[in-house]
Design a protein around this ligand. Structure first.
Ligand SMILES: Cc1ncc(C[n+]2csc(CCOP(=O)(O)OP(=O)(O)O)c2C)c(N)n1
Ligand code: SF4
Ligand SMILES: [Mg+2]
Length: 296
């Protein structure tokens, strides 16, 4: 039997106001298991800004600052500077933001914090749209998805632009550590959170975060859909440490229709369009594998 490596201690309690089956709940839970209690969060406008609930019945055991939507990067740099002035070194400063708050509105502040080499961790939970305000498309919404602002119909079409590649954008800043994580692989997730905590400098974690209402799926399938994202190579699990890439968990190489077919946001796609998506996923994953082989 393999030893249990996920800490039993909880720093995110039941009682968040998230929807049933919210993947972002699990992202926070596993992240805090990896980081521990000496953590402070800064969270901009997003679902997680409201999910902790009202004081004094807040569901997080760690303190959090609620910052402006576009300001997570600036907020975490300020928090780190304040802690440094006080001589507090054992607290991990974390920016925890949605995809809209990261790849779109918060990108400038995030870039600034990475360029300043702030000793902090930035976690993007990616539900692939602006969910808190009613499922509007973001730069992280994948090609082909229905959203409220990319509706399927005769006059306006589903999303026609590819998903913004935030991992490459962050890597271009020369940061020491970046990783992708999945709520279907908690051991891999917790290990990466622990590693990010111990690396000095700016760290980035990209967490795929299934959202039942936004993805139009059964709330009981959150972990299943997250696992399928890895097993179809739609969301490969890897880390980039000091410029070297390593795939940390190999998927099963299943066809992407297995991932798409349990989400009604992709229900309108034709066979030809699914085939094109498959080709795009295959070529991105091949490039990742080739890069790992070169650098390994
Ligand atoms: C400057 C500003 N613009 C717009 C909003 C409204 N707003 C609040 S949450 C949100 C959506 C955030 O999307 P994302 O970052 O992807 O997080 P999610 O809601 O999906 O968890 C928006 C547009 C705001 N609070 N502040
Ligand atoms: S809308 Fe989506 S991300 Fe927001 S609380 Fe509900 S399930 Fe979670
Ligand atoms: Mg979002």
């Amino acid at each position: 039997m393999s030893p249990v490596t996920i800490p039993e201690v909880e720093h995110a309690y039941p009682g968040s106001t998230g929807c049933p089956g919210c993947g972002a709940n699990l992202v926070m839970r596993y992240l805090l298991k990896g980081l521990g209690e000496r953590t402070i969060l800064t969270i901009p406008a997003c679902c997680w800004a409201v999910m902790p609930g009202y004081w004094p019945s807040h569901c997080l055991k760690v303190p959090m600052v609620y910052c402006a939507f576009e300001a997570t990067g600036a907020s975490l740099s300020g928090m780190r500077a304040a802690l440094d002035m006080k001589g507090v070194e054992d607290v991990t400063v974390v920016g925890f933001a949605g995809d809209g708050g990261t790849v779109d509105i918060g990108l400038q502040a995030l870039s600034g914090a990475a360029e300043r080499e702030t000793d902090a961790l930035y976690v993007m939970y990616d539900n692939e749209a602006y969910m808190n305000t009613g499922i509007q498309r973001s730069g992280a919404t994948p090609w082909g998805a229905w959203t409220a602002t990319t509706p399927v119909g005769p006059s306006r079409d589903y999303k026609r632009e590819p998903k913004k590649d935030i991992m490459s954008i962050m890597e271009a800043h020369g940061i020491p550590y970046a990783a992708t994580v999945s709520v279907a692989h908690p051991e891999d997730f917790v290990k990466k959170a622990k590693k990010a905590k111990d690396v000095r400098g700016f760290k980035f974690i990209h967490a795929l975060s299934p959202c039942p209402p936004g993805w139009k799926m059964n709330p009981m399938k959150t972990v299943e859909v997250a696992r399928l994202a890895v097993d179809t190579n739609v969301f490969p699990l890897y880390e980039i440490e000091n410029g070297r890439v390593r795939i940390t968990k190999k998927g099963k190489g299943l066809p992407i229709k297995d991932y798409l077919s349990i989400q009604r946001r992709f229900g309108h796609l034709t066979e030809e369009e699914v085939k094109r998506m498959q080709e795009s996923v295959d070529s991105s994953f091949k490039a990742l594998e080739q890069r790992e082989a070169r650098e390994g």
